[in-house]
Design a protein around this ligand. Structure first.
Ligand code: PEP
Ligand code: MN
Length: 343
């Protein structure tokens, strides 16, 4: 349930309510001071009697039950959008933030040339996989820690924050040492132990939607991370499985406005995995921005034909640059914007 405070209530009244909630075994309070009103969320199993108690306390306007199972990730308890800072980049406001880079880190040369190219075209964050989830055990599975070091170096040299995936709880510390954003991939969205572990990190978490997870399940996964102590979760729609075989996945563009209605967390789109085909990526990127996405994550490779993973969905430098022109135009049309590479 949430306690909606009266407009102009005193700090002391807010503290009294918070202390009252925290004083009950199994309950905790979550304060959200919005522009319009202050809301105190009650996390944990609260009885109807307790609701009545709270409703009679000074400064309280009303106490409203929350029917949704995700409390911290939902809008009810936190009406204002969450804006997540990564270096000098803010995700969740009115800037469309583009994360770009190769699917996998392969060599220093491949990564550095991509980092420079995507930065010059307007990307604000560099991506690159070092621990790769692959369907086949014989496929390239990433350079591991060596890849993390290359990524961190490329990030420092270009001034771009970096983002990479972690697949197991054992690797969380080393990935966090080298990465500014830690990615949980589609296959691990319901790996609850891993979600608990990244809940202890300070870095923002990029949480991909699984190819068979509902919005509610996805938001409950975000809830795991938030309940573990990390409030900075960026949601990423990356396509779901359907009966269609032409595309690798179907990018669910409706997820963008749906999640914005259900949650205060930033939502970005991944048209690379969401289509599996490079020629569809720019169109679906523009569609996602038109739908209100706070950002995009795009796979880019100096020579997609020779990529060790996800070549068919990777853009060349030239195609990425062209896409960015479209992204800027659509962002402007819907009242958002893309910051320039050097700002
Ligand atoms: C990736 O970003 O390279 C990746 C493996 O993504 P997903 O988990 O969405 O398949
Ligand atoms: Mn990939």
């Amino acid at each position: 349930m949430i306690v909606v405070m009266e407009q102009g209530c005193s700090q002391e009244q807010i503290e009294q309510i918070t202390a009252h909630i925290e004083g009950k075994p199994g309950l905790s309070a979550h304060l959200s001071s919005g522009t319009e009103r202050t809301i105190i969320g009650v996390i944990g199993p609260a009885s109807p009697d307790f609701r009545n108690e709270l409703e009679q306390m000074p400064g309280v306007n009303e106490v409203v039950p929350i029917s949704k199972p995700y409390k911290l990730a939902g809008r009810d308890m936190h009406p204002d959008d969450t804006i997540i800072k990564v270096g000098d980049v803010s995700i969740g406001g009115d800037e469309v933030v583009v994360i770009a880079g190769p699917c996998s880190i392969e060599t220093e040369e491949q990564l550095m040339s991509t980092a420079v190219a995507v930065k010059n075209s307007g990307a604000r964050i560099l991506r690159g996989g070092a621990f790769k989830p692959r369907s086949s055990p014989y496929a390239f599975r990433g350079l591991g820690v060596e890849g993390l070091k290359l990524l961190s170096k490329a990030g420092k040299e270009t001034g771009l924050p970096v983002c990479t995936e972690v697949m197991t709880s054992e690797d969380v510390d080393v990935v966090a040492e080298y990465s500014d954003i830690v990615q949980i991939g589609a296959r691990n969205v319901q790996n609850f132990m891993l979600l608990d572990t990244v809940g202890k990190l300070k870095q923002p978490i990029l949480l991909k939607r699984g190819f068979a997870t509902t919005y509610e399940e996805w938001l409950l996964s975000a809830e795991y991370i938030m309940a573990g102590g990390n409030p900075n979760v960026i949601l990423c729609e990356r396509g779901i499985r359907t009966f269609e075989t032409y595309t690798r996945n179907i990018l669910d563009v409706a997820a963008v406005p749906s999640i914005k209605r259900l949650s205060h967390l930033p939502i970005i789109a991944d048209p690379s995995h969401g289509t599996g085909r490079w020629h569809l990526v720019p169109t679906m990127a523009l569609s996602s921005v038109a739908a209100g996405a706070h950002g995009l994550i795009i796979e880019v490779h100096p020579n997609p034909d020779r990529a060790l993973s996800d070549g068919p969905q990777s853009l060349t430098f030239e195609n990425f640059d062209k896409m960015m022109h479209g992204v800027r135009a659509v962002a402007n049309a819907v009242g958002t914007h893309v910051a320039s590479a050097t700002s």
